[in-house]
Design a protein around this ligand. Structure first.
Ligand code: NAD
Length: 254
């Protein structure tokens, strides 16, 4: 077991389920204490119980990442409980639906931007403030391969995640000299509970998704978590402003 994150305090938004939960588990496995941040209290508490059973200091913090007062309070609680914040993963995001632009409503577009881009900026604002006060830290934002070449009928989500990429690069340049590294991980298609539900409704979808991935399989949440843990660790000490696709080759398919 790698112990790269011993004595580090971590925060993971959307940490209760899916990819976020795998990130919480991986950071804990590498020695970090973990603030599990989510709006799903039941799943968040369940995640914390699992981490504590394994000997990790962990706490569930309720926070709707689209609310500035919630985010500010979440950072205050993290510092109060753990004493500091060393590493953060901004993972929480919700896509409000697919469809052609001419049938999309302004409301749904705005909500998608809010839940995939603005929330990331908001969390970074308060995380960076805390990290500057203690002399440094590292952040990983979760993007999506939808941001790389665009995605028909998923334009709001793709555009919002494209925004996450450039937010990551711009802020990395802004804080590189002040001890804060900021990178992004771009998942391909990852087997999460939400996706499993979709496959039950659309039985042919899994086969189609496998076909468009050069490795001919879906990714597992733990595979995203490994990349996040690396970028948050000192092993990535000279890496900032990068977007790492973890996608079985999805980003380079011809
Ligand atoms: N699953 C995939 O195939 C895939 C592919 C590319 C990118 N991603 C990205 O990975 C990240 C995680 O995706 P996932 O599939 O694990 O999602 P998920 O829906 O399974 O889990 C998201 C978590 O975020 C929480 N959440 C939702 N709204 C919140 C809010 N307002 N405040 C705080 N927490 C909130 C949910 O309660 C849940 O625990 C997202 O940024 C997503 O865009 C996922």
């Amino acid at each position: 077991m790698s112990e790269d994150l011993v004595n580090k305090v971590a925060l993971v938004t959307g940490g209760a389920a899916g990819i976020g939960r795998a990130i919480c588990e991986q950071l804990a496995q590498q020695g970090a204490s973990v603030a599990v941040v989510d709006i799903n209290t039941e799943a968040g508490e369940e995640c914390v119980a699992i981490l504590r059973e394994r000997g990790t200091k962990a706490e569930f913090i309720y926070c709707d990442v689209s609310s500035e007062s919630d985010v500010a309070e979440m950072l205050t609680k993290t510092i109060r409980i753990f004493g500091r914040l060393d590493i953060a993963c901004n993972n929480a995001a919700v896509s409000r639906g697919n469809g052609p632009i001419h049938e999309f409503t302004r409301d749904v577009f705005d909500q998608t931007l809010e839940m995939c881009l603005t929330n990331t900026w908001l969390c970074m604002k308060y995380e960076i403030e805390a990290m500057l006060a203690q002399g440094g830290g590292a952040i990983v934002n979760i993007s999506s391969n939808a941001s790389l070449r665009g995605q028909a009928f998923n334009t709001a989500y793709a555009a919002a995640k494209g925004g996450v990429n450039i937010l990551t690069k711009s802020s990395a340049a802004e804080y590189a000299a002040r001890g804060i590294r900021i990178n992004a991980v771009s998942p391909g298609v990852i087997r999460t509970p939400g996706l499993e539900k979709y496959f039950q409704e659309q039985p042919k979808a899994e086969e189609q998704m496998n076909k468009v991935t050069p490795m001919r399989r879906l990714g597992e949440p733990a595979e995203i978590a490994q990349a996040v843990a690396f970028l948050l660790s000192e092993r990535a000490s000279f890496i900032t402003g990068q977007l790492l696709s973890v996608d079985g080759g999805g980003a380079i398919r011809g």
